[in-house]
Design a protein. Structure first.
Length: 50
């Protein structure tokens, strides 16, 4: 992947990680559920494309 595309993704990931753990426990569970669902859907799309 070209570096010009990778740097904004890394910067976004760092910002997301910093803000992810702020908030209440219930909010963290909702965020983890949404993240897990997104990862699962991405996995299904990638496996279906092969």
């Amino acid at each position: 992947m070209p570096l010009i595309f990778l740097l904004p993704v890394l910067a976004g990931g760092l910002g997301f990680g910093a803000g992810f753990w702020s908030g209440s426990g219930a909010t963290k569970l909702l965020k983890l559920g949404a993240l897990g669902g997104g990862c699962y859907m991405t996995y299904k799309v990638i496996k279906g494309a092969k």
